[in-house]
Structure formats: C-alpha cells, structure tokens
Ligand binder design. Structure first.
Ligand code: KIV
Length: 279
C-alpha cells in the first residue's frame, strides 16, 4: 500500500515563490526541503501544484527519458529543451538545471557559457554542477554572472566510469574527510545548497551540521535539510531500479500497464469509442 496524500502541501513558511533565500529560511527554521526531478511540462505542472519546493531538471533525463545507461550522453541542447518545458509549467517552485557532462569540465569560460545558455534559453533559476574543489573556478565564474549554483558531492553519476560502480561512496575515512572538506569549500565558494548522493547517513549529518547552506540528500539518510528523488523512480514507473534508499509512492507501472491493456482490449472489442464519444 502507498501513503494516501490528500490536499495541497505548502511550505509551513508560506512562500508565494520559492527562491534560494526561501531554502535558506527553511533550513534556518528547521523545515525540510522537498525536491523532485521533472523533465516535461505535464509532470512539472502536477508537481508544482502539489507544492514541491524545488524541481531539479536532472541529467537523469538521460536515463529515464532517453533510455541511456548513464547520464553522460545527454547534451546541453537537450537539457535546455527539458528545462524550458518545465519552466512553462511552474508558478512557484525553484527550478534547478543540471549542467550536463562535457558542458563545464574543460574550463570555467565554457562552464559560464553553458550556464548562461541554460538561464537565457530556458528561464530556469539556478544550475547544478557535480564536483568539489576541482571545479572552483567554474563555480566562482558562474556566480559572478549572478547565476545561483547548487553543488553535488558523493556519488556523482557523471564520474561513473571513474568510480566503476554505483555503490555507496565515502564509506572509508579518507574519502569521507575529502567529501567534508569539499562541502565546506562549496559553501565558501558561494553555492546556495548542495546535494549529497548515496553516502552514509552519519557523514551526511556531519556535513548538514557543519554547513550553513541547505544540504539535500538522495540516499544520504534523514539528518540532512531536505530530500530529492528521481520522479520516475518514486512513482514506481521503473521496476528494475531498486536501491535501498528508494521509497515508491505509487505503482504507476502497474496502473499505466492496466490502462493500456484496457484501451487495447476496448479498441479490439469495438468498445471504444461508443455512441457518446463520437460526433
Ligand atoms: O540528475 C539527477 O536526477 C540528480 C539527482 C539524482 C540528484 O542529479
């Protein structure tokens, strides 16, 4: 059974529009931040009217929308297409867009140009980059253009071929220390929030306590300032992806399959359309 949710859930702090400052106020007030991914107009419209705080146009679109094995193939043009579809749907949520692999790693000028294209061509509100001190110049250069930056540490899927596996990161002291140091630096560079992906809950707790900016977790336990999940995973559209951290709030795979079967049967059996469904 899935939890039954009725009514619209709004921030307890009652923001008309969510900004980076609203997220900081939520952390300061101890209110958790709810973030989900979206990649298209229809889903984003539902999410926004349900009261989500942050919509991430994640490069996970490469997996769940395009069917690639990794996030690496998605292009900047494709991210802008997804982001502008989401922007047209949203009145309230803060919209953050991933800079895709290859659009910011070469140098800070390219990073700035990519971030400017996202902001100008999609109308989104902020960008997210994966990495720590190695991308300092890019973060600082993007910020000088007035573009808010969200960081992303831990399991950073754009580096999957370096990691070799999607296993939990920073379980050893050396990597945990490096992650904490990077998180502190990201705050110092000016990031307005960071995502921590698939790391031990106690390490994520330490990071969230040390940092003033909001820390949003995916597979990083309950002690952080907010949570993010990939929309298709939390809706149960994909039966193959079953990490421990994933809570499914619906079984859309089942519901949609049943709807498709019913439609096919109705067409085959000449039950659709009926008299009242024709002109
Ligand atoms: O691309 C994405 O969906 C993400 C989340 C997993 C945080 O980066």
């Amino acid at each position: 059974m899935f939890p039954v949710v009725t009514g619209k859930v709004m921030s307890r702090l009652q923001f008309k529009k969510i900004t980076t400052h609203s997220l900081q106020e939520m952390k300061n007030a101890g209110e958790k931040i709810a973030m989900l991914t979206a990649y298209d107009y229809s889903m984003a419209k539902i999410l926004d009217s349900a009261g989500i705080d942050v919509i991430l146009v994640g490069d996970s679109a490469s997996n769940v929308m395009a069917g690639h094995e990794t996030t690496l193939p998605i292009t900047l043009d494709q991210m802008i297409y997804h982001a502008s579809s989401v922007v047209r749907a949203v009145d309230r949520a803060l919209i953050v867009v991933d800079l895709p692999f290859g659009s910011y790693q070469a140098n800070s000028k390219e990073a700035l140009n990519s971030a400017i294209r996202i902001m100008k061509e999609s109308g989104a509100h902020a960008v997210k980059l994966e990495g720590g001190k190695e991308i300092r110049e890019s973060i600082e250069r993007i910020l000088t253009a007035g573009i808010p930056v969200m960081g992303h540490l831990g399991l950073t899927p754009q580096s999957i071929y370096k990691f070799g596996t999607y296993a939990v990161r920073a379980t050893e002291k050396e990597e945990a220390d490096r992650l904490l140091e990077d998180a502190i630096l990201l705050e110092k560079y000016g990031c307005f929030a960071i995502v921590l992906e698939k790391i031990p809950a106690m390490l994520a707790k330490t990071v969230a306590e040390k940092l003033k900016i909001p820390v949003i977790g995916i597979g990083a336990g309950k002690f952080v300032d907010g949570q993010v999940l990939v929309l298709h995973d939390m809706l149960g559209m994909n039966k193959q992806f079953n990490p421990r951290f994933l809570r499914r709030y619906a079984d859309l795979n089942h519901i949609m399959t049943q709807a498709f079967i019913n439609y096919i049967n109705d067409v085959k059996n000449k039950n659709f359309p009926n008299e009242s469904e024709q002109y």
